[in-house]
Design a binder for this molecule. Structure first.
Ligand code: AMP
Length: 414
């Protein structure tokens, strides 16, 4: 047997209904907030991510599925969608055709990470991005929309956590303060932290190594080093969240793993997910569009992990129950069931048939196993009379119905 690649998963029929529910609610909510869907390719040039996501990130350093294609071009399976959406926004000058550049996409991402529950090498995200608006009211709306989406999925017990990581003016001051505060303790931190201290000191806050935590807990907070403009922006974000009565918690450790974030960062955490507890995460990235060759436009967005939304989704009865089984009894009816099945399907009913001309008993057994609500029996007598027999599985009752009334009868019964 050839098994699936480690870290990838088949989404089996009994799970697909849950996925579709998540995708449908995502599309519906995005549309209500004025977002347009776009779909970008799964392969992109590698440099899109080294420039966009950032050279110092784990994604670019360790996790990309990058390779030379047969023409010698360096490409990669996309590890995230934000740089792709920025690329499409710039490449197609979407600013000119869209009144507001609010975009979303749904699709698979690829990262060579250590697989565990809620973390895979091929996973799926909903990505939501807005270009061109710097105001804090948008930050709050984006977060409120994320919470609404999760709420409409019926996922409760989620918590919005927010922070501000400042801008290119105040972040260097904070980075320096971090390194000063660490001083000689830096050499006691893990190898990853020592690397982060050189490339992007803020990311030391991402460290999960137990022994490092007491040192990291003593470090200064980014919000104490914000410039006046960033502080005003962050206060306005919080004020707008309060306008929505949207609860949130401040966390100075929420710096997020990507290099491009400026000002607001946020995550929505779920208590139901275990160690990988972030349903979604995002923030503002005001310099990214320009860095990727576009106009100087601010940006903000988030990515939600669909696997995690599906995991946290409450159970509802989403068994795939076919509605009808058409059973043929007798030799004359054998061909007629296929024509009848086509008519039932055209009428909107989920319809199963037996292809192997089995006995009446075997067909009833199969209908039972399929969990249908009704069996439509077509025997030689019924055929001659222009009728069918309908058996209601729940009660065992049977009645005769004229053939041209059967769709209406079944539709009103289901
Ligand atoms: P990121 O793109 O790293 O900001 O992650 C945004 C969201 O995507 C996270 O909050 C997760 O819900 C989800 N996510 C990120 N990486 C993975 C992964 N390897 N497997 C499953 N979900 C992921």
């Amino acid at each position: 047997m050839i098994s699936a690649v480690r870290g990838t998963r088949d989404i089996l029929p009994d799970q697909v209904e849950r996925w579709r529910r998540v995708e449908e609610v995502a599309r519906r909510v995005c549309s209500r907030y004025g977002y347009y869907e776009l779909r970008t390719p799964i392969i992109e040039r590698e440099e899109l991510f080294s420039k966009g996501t950032g050279e110092s990130t784990d994604i670019v350093q360790k996790e990309m599925y990058a390779f030379d294609d047969k023409g010698g071009q360096r490409v990669t399976l996309r590890p995230e969608a934000t740089p792709s959406i920025v690329r499409a926004f710039v490449e197609h000058s979407l600013e000119q055709s869209l009144s507001v550049a609010k975009l979303f996409t749904l699709g698979p991402m690829f990262r060579y990470e250590r697989p565990q529950k809620g973390r895979y090498r091929q996973f799926h995200q909903l990505n939501v991005e807005v270009f061109g608006v710097a105001e804090a009211s948008l930050d709050a709306e984006v977060m409120e929309m994320a919470c609404t989406l999760v709420g409409e999925l019926g996922i409760d017990e989620s918590e919005l956590v927010i922070n501000s990581v400042g801008c290119p003016d105040c972040r260097p001051v904070f980075s320096e303060a971090l390194l000063n505060a660490l001083g000689g303790d830096l050499s006691k931190l893990c190898g990853d932290c020592q690397r982060r201290a050189k490339t992007n000191p803020l990311r030391i806050f991402d460290c999960k190594v137990e022994a490092d935590q007491s040192t990291i807990d003593r470090l200064p907070h980014s919000t104490d080093y914000l410039c006046d403009a960033c502080r005003g922006h962050f206060e306005a974000v919080q004020r707008h969240l309060r306008l929505y009565d949207q609860p949130f918690r401040l966390s100075h450790r929420l710096v997020r793993g990507l290099d491009y974030y400026t000002r607001t960062t946020f995550e929505l955490l779920s208590s139901k997910l275990g160690a990988q507890n972030a349903l979604l995460g995002g923030g503002r990235y005001d310099g990214l569009v320009k860095r990727l060759g576009g106009p100087d436009r601010p940006g903000i967005g988030f990515a939600a992990g669909l696997e995690r939304l599906v995991l946290a989704l409450p159970d509802v009865n989403d068994q795939m129950v076919p509605d009808v089984f058409v059973a043929a009894i007798g030799s004359l009816a054998q061909d007629a069931v296929f024509v009848l099945a086509r008519a039932l399907r055209a009428g909107g009913l989920r319809t199963l048939v037996d292809y192997e001309a089995r006995s009446a008993k075997a067909q009833m057994k199969r209908a039972n196993r399929a969990g249908v609500s009704h069996v439509v029996i077509l025997g030689d007598d019924e055929l001659a009379a222009g009728e069918v027999t309908v058996k209601t599985m729940a009660t065992g009752e049977q009645c005769k119905v004229a053939r041209d009334k059967i769709v209406d009868v079944l539709l009103s019964a289901s």
